[in-house]
Write a protein that binds this ligand. Structure first.
Ligand code: UD1
Ligand code: CA
Length: 455
């Protein structure tokens, strides 16, 4: 038997008050629809079709590389109409999971339970329901005297008695493809919203002699759709909490999870300690035994083992084992630090390779530079890499020692084992094994009479 999933995501999501389609709003670093896709995948379904419409280029872009099928619903005429658009992509003999794109808290276990229940009941359609103390806005599950499903009444169509029902339609279903598409061809728009309601297939299936089941979910957190940014923030906090807990269970110490924000795609190795007030985002991988934070923000970076990063900003950098960063360092894109590098306080590094064991301990800017092994860059050193038009490279070969407050006017190379004198502006290459000094000789001009100058 084959399984497919269809995720309905053509709607705009008006209450988000956004230029972007609702389902691409991010939760813990990923578009919310990604979590729905992931839950389906983790449940073992790989054939996934998304029905897109509003802002569809943006939705497709946000899910690029996820190996999904997209079908377009040009006009959003209702959930039933949305599902119809996917018919040509679906094997009629398959079992379908149908979900909405705005429920990022849905877990794979729930999808699996729904499939299992559907199979066990031998149903052609199974609706996932939930009991909510505040059912407002949802379709209500109307049951027959014998407990079976009669139909679903939308909020706008429901009678006052029906509105009192607290069992709601989560909008998640399992269907046998062939009967559901047959029934979809027969639904109409005779309802309060003038839409093709997907829910209308259920009574039609029953009339056709098919079995319709209802499975109630207890973990009601999982089914809440995100409609506005308040709900978005709530989902964000739940997903972050889950992520922190997963990391802690894998051997990462997070000292204050409530102040630590780690995106869901971040990986962190065992025995790494994350201090409070730290944000780790994007495609970041951190090795074992590191100490990260407090007060650090790291994104899209690769960090080895035994690295210390304190009070620093790390953006798209690569940091090898045993490096020591900060406090107050700023590593920018393409900063590449080899093993045992020290980058100290108030140091900015951009698009530069720093060789093993080299040190840039204080107050420096290193841009477009290539540093060999064992280089020491004195406090206050600046690579003057930009002439107003172009960027130029600075090369410091192995074991170079740069005196404090050196300006390295690029393009420039300092040969291995050479030294520059403190305060020099180096504009020409320095050969290997050479001491280069560029500064005016000191003149001690005259005695100062203190009693005269002070008033
Ligand atoms: C739907 C259900 C309701 C259920 C609720 C759960 C129907 C008629 N009603 O209501 O019983 O309680 O979900 O959240 O199905 N979509 C499209 N194309 C459309 C319309 C919607 O792709 O033309 C997508 C939306 O982007 C969204 C999902 O379908 O992801 C649900 O649509 P929405 O308008 O939120 O459904 P509700 O009216 O809330
Ligand atoms: Ca609607």
């Amino acid at each position: 038997m084959s399984y497919s999933a269809i995720i309905l995501a053509a709607g705009k999501g008006v209450r988000m008050r956004s230029q972007m389609p609702k389902v691409v709003h991010r939760v813990a670093g990923r578009p919310m629809i990604w979590y729905v896709v992931n839950a389906v995948r983790e449940a073992g379904i790989s054939d996934i079709t998304l029905v897109v419409g509003h802002g569809r280029e943006i939705v497709e872009e946000a899910l690029r590389g996820e190996n999904l099928h997209f079908v377009v619903q040009e006009q959003q005429l209702g959930t039933g109409h949305a599902l119809m658009q996917a018919q040509n992509n679906i094997d009629p003999a398959s079992t379908l999971i149908v979900l909405a794109g705005d429920t990022p808290l849905l877990e794979a276990a729930t999808v699996k339970k729904l499939l299992a229940y559907h199979r066990q009941q031998g149903a052609e359609a199974t609706v996932l329901s939930a009991f909510l103390p505040e059912p407002y806005g949802y379709g209500r599950i109307i049951r027959e005297a014998d407990g079976g499903l009669e139909r679903i009444a939308e909020e706008k169509d429901a009678s006052p008695e029906e509105k009192r029902i607290t069992e709601i339609n989560t909008g998640m279903y399992c269907f046998q493809a062939q009967p559901v598409f047959k029934a979809l061809a027969r639904i109409n728009t005779a309802n309060a919203q003038g839409e093709y309601y997907l829910t209308d297939v259920l009574p039609l299936l029953k009339q056709g002699g098919h079995k319709v089941a209802v499975m109630a979910i207890e973990e009601t957190d999982q089914i809440h759709g995100i409609n506005d940014r308040v709900q978005l923030a709530r989902a964000e906090s739940i997903i972050r909490q889950k992520q922190n807990q997963a990391l802690m269970r894998n051997g990462v110490t997070i000292m204050a999870p409530e102040t630590t924000f780690i995106d869901s795609q971040v990986e962190i190795g065992m025995d790494t300690v994350v201090y409070p007030f730290t944000i780790i985002e994007g495609q970041t991988r951190i090795g074992q035994n590191c100490v990260i934070g407090p007060h650090s923000r790291i994104n899209d970076s690769l960090i080895g083992n035994d690295v210390v990063i304190e009070n620093s900003r790390v953006n798209q950098a690569r940091i090898a084992d045993r490096c020591n960063i900060g406090p107050f360092a700023y590593l920018r894109p393409e900063a590449e630090l080899h093993e045992d590098v020290k980058v100290g306080d108030f140091v900015e590094i951009k698009k530069s390779r720093i060789g093993a064991g080299s040190k840039v301990p204080h107050l420096s800017y290193v841009g477009d530079a290539l540093l060999g092994k064992g280089v020491n860059v004195g406090a206050g050193t600046i690579t003057c890499n930009y002439d107003g038009k172009n960027k130029h490279r600075t090369i410091l070969e192995d074991r170079v020692f740069i005196g404090s407050n050196t300006n390295l006017v690029a393009p420039v190379t300092v040969g291995e084992d050479s030294i520059t004198g403190a305060g020099s502006t180096i504009t020409r290459d320095v050969p290997a094994n050479t001491l280069a000094v560029e500064r005016a000789e000191q003149r001690n001009l005259k005695k100062i009479n203190k009693s005269k100058t002070s008033d």
